[in-house]
Each structure stands twice: as C-alpha cells, then as structure tokens.
Design a binder for this molecule. Structure first.
Ligand code: PLP
Ligand code: COI
Length: 354
C-alpha cells in the first residue's frame, strides 16, 4: 500500500530538550490508515498533526475498542535512527487486535509506516542524554452506532512524541505501592492485550498510591490477590538469593518486549532466571531474611527502572538500601547501549530507519 504524504506548512516550535517529561509534545505529522469491512485497510496517509473529527456515537467512546503500542526511535552518535525490535510491537498489536475483535494489520506494512513517519519527523528526535522519540501507534473503532458489537470500521494512527524519563525522578529508584484491593486483570480477560480499558481500570489504584507518595502500583493476581503480576507500565523482576525471578506469562500480564529482551540477556550472561509464580508473602519473607537483593521494572517508557521501596500491608520493604542494584545497572547499560547504537548489536535487535 502506498503512503501519501502531505507535509505541514506550519512546522511547530520544538520543545526545550532539558524538560521534555513524557508524552507532552507531539511532532509535525501523524500517520493514518482506515479500515472498512469488505475493503480492508486503505487510504494510508501522513498528514500534518491535527485533531480528529468523530461522531459522538463513535463506538470507541462507548464500548472502548481501542488498543495501543509503545516503542521508541533512538538517534545514535553517528546520526543513525534506530528502532528496537519493531516487528515485536506490530505482532503484539495483532495479538491485542485479536483479543479485542479488531482487524489484524500486516506487520511489515506497520513497520514501514512507522519508519516513513519517523524519517519525515527525524528533526524531532531529541539528542539530550536519556531522551528519545516515543512512538505511539494505536487503533480505534469508528462505527457511529450504539449497538454492542464489534465495529466494522477502524483507524490505525501513529503519533510521535519527543520524551525524557518516564518517571519524574529520572532513573533513580522508584517507590511502588502493592495494591491490596483493586485488581488489573484475570486469566481469560484482556490483561495480555495492550487494550486502553486495562489502563482506564487502573487509574483509581494509581491515584490512591500517588496520594500515599508512591509512583506506581504493583498488581497482585485477580483471584487470590497473592501472586505478583506487574506494575502499571512495566514488568517486574526480583533478585532473590542470586536468582532472578519474574512472573510467568499466564494471560493476565503484558508480554513486555523489554521483559523478553532482559530474560534473554540474563540467560546470555549465564545468570539463573526463572519465570514462575511468585507471591508477595515469598517476597516479604525473602526481604525479612535479607535475601531480596534487588527489584526492577522493565518497559519501553520506563527502560530499566530500579525499585527502591515496596509498600505492602502497612510495611515498607526498602530494597538494596534504596539504591540501584548491580543487575539493574548492568541491564540498563547493555540495553540502552544497544538501543542507542553505542554497543554492538549481537542479537539483531535494532533496525535502521534509513
Ligand atoms: N506492562 C504494562 C502494563 C505496560 O503498559 C508496559 C509498557 O508497554 C509493559 C509492561 C512493558 O512492555 P514493553 O517492554 O513491551 O514496553
Ligand atoms: C510503554 O512503555 O510504551 C507504555 O506503553 C507504558 C505506558 C506509557 C502506558
């Protein structure tokens, strides 16, 4: 499919790179392709960044058929634009689409659309340390109809945002609140999909945690409220007595691309890693015995984010004296080294945009 390009006549002023925050600024262009039952995906175009005009009855507003992705473009010291495992994001879009009864999209076409848009807005890729261009592909249902059924029409849109660190404290260890009451997902639900509704349902616990001074929530399983699932925007890893443990993928957590890459790297380094059930009680016991050596989260936005403190049931578990652990440090250096082209990419993870 050809992508038509209409360039903006009014380029925007670029933001100050020292104060980007996360997802507050958007580039000059956006990508859109439409879908209609019987016609498939059609009319792929890049247009100046602008608001969408949608009928108030549009199905996404009422029944929430909406999924999204998150990835980044990195500028190397030699000025090359690099993407990190972009096919994985497009494959996950299809897994989310399938769960939400939305139409699948060709993986190669999706990657091509991302590359074309990033190339056009390449001057927006920030260069300050720790910054990158966040890529947000998403799909929404667009039938203007109130019947509860899968829509017959959709839009796949890509927008770009120059970003700094996801958490306001940068890469310093974060404080996380273990949520005792609300749950994010259950097996058989939509937890493994990057469905907008999963995030809508998480905001209440998130604001309770924020009021208590915690940046994100650590979810427990939806049935027994006992086993660790994941954090609001990242998967979690714990190092207990030399072994790195992360919750197994059982349908209720997001299969993170950073998670997969981290497991691969740890195994490559010869470390003991297991994907299994891990209960909050096991963690607390390990902490009491001094065996919980470090904890960190992984995600595109969060990169490798050390966890300095977990609050559970009124008690505070301070990890590694609130400092970044060695494993988190080594993973951060390796992963960002590959992503920014500072280190040799032995695993074929990076894709050049031009
Ligand atoms: N878990 C949730 C709920 C997320 O939103 C994200 C972010 O995408 C992740 C985990 C990490 O996934 P990835 O490493 O693919 O960015
Ligand atoms: C990401 O890491 O890309 C995410 O989507 C996390 C969050 C911004 C929802």
């Amino acid at each position: 499919m050809q992508i038509k390009i209409e360039k903006t006549k009014n380029p925007k002023q670029k933001p100050d790179q020292s104060n980007l925050g996360f997802g507050k600024y958007f580039t000059d262009h956006m990508f859109i392709v439409d879908y209609a039952e019987g016609k498939g995906w059609h009319d792929a175009r890049i247009i100046p960044y602008q608001p969408l005009s949608l009928d108030p009855a549009t199905s996404v507003f009422h029944y929430g058929q909406a999924i999204f992705e998150g990835m980044k473009a990195y500028l190397s010291a030699e000025g090359k634009i690099l993407l990190f495992r972009p096919r994985k994001n497009m494959e996950r879009i299809n897994s989310s689409d399938d769960r939400m009864s939305m139409p699948l999209i060709d993986v190669d076409f999706g990657v091509e659309a991302i590359k074309t848009l990033v190339k056009l807005d390449r001057d927006w890729i920030p260069t300050a340390d720790g910054t990158s261009l966040y890529i947000r592909p998403f799909i929404i249902s667009t039938d203007p109809a109130l019947g509860v059924r899968a829509s017959n029409t959709y839009k796949f849109i890509i927008i770009l945002s120059p970003v700094g660190a996801y958490y306001p404290q940068g890469i310093a260890p974060v404080k996380i609140y273990v949520e005792p009451e609300y749950v994010r997902a259950v097996r058989g639900g939509t937890g493994y999909a990057k469905a907008a509704g999963n995030y809508a349902g998480s905001m209440k616990a998130q604001s309770i945690a924020a009021k208590k001074g915690y940046v994100q929530v650590l979810w427990l399983d939806g049935v027994e409220r006992k086993y660790i699932e994941e954090v609001g925007a990242m998967n979690v890893f714990f190092k207990v007595k030399g072994e790195v443990v992360t919750p197994a993928l059982e349908g209720s957590i997001l299969p993170g691309i950073t998670r997969e890459s981290v497991i691969f790297l740890l195994k490559h380094w010869g470390m003991k890693v297991s994907e299994r059930k891990i209960s909050i009680h096991e963690l607390q016991e390990a902490h009491n015995k001094g065996e919980l050596e470090e904890a960190f989260g992984t995600g595109t936005a969060a990169v490798i984010s050390p966890i300095g403190e977990l609050s559970w049931n009124g008690s505070r578990m301070v990890l590694n004296y609130g400092n970044t652990g060695d494993v988190a440090h080594k993973l951060y250096d390796m992963l960002t080294g590959i992503q920014f082209g500072r280190l040799k990419d032995e695993f074929g993870w990076t894709v050049k945009v031009e």
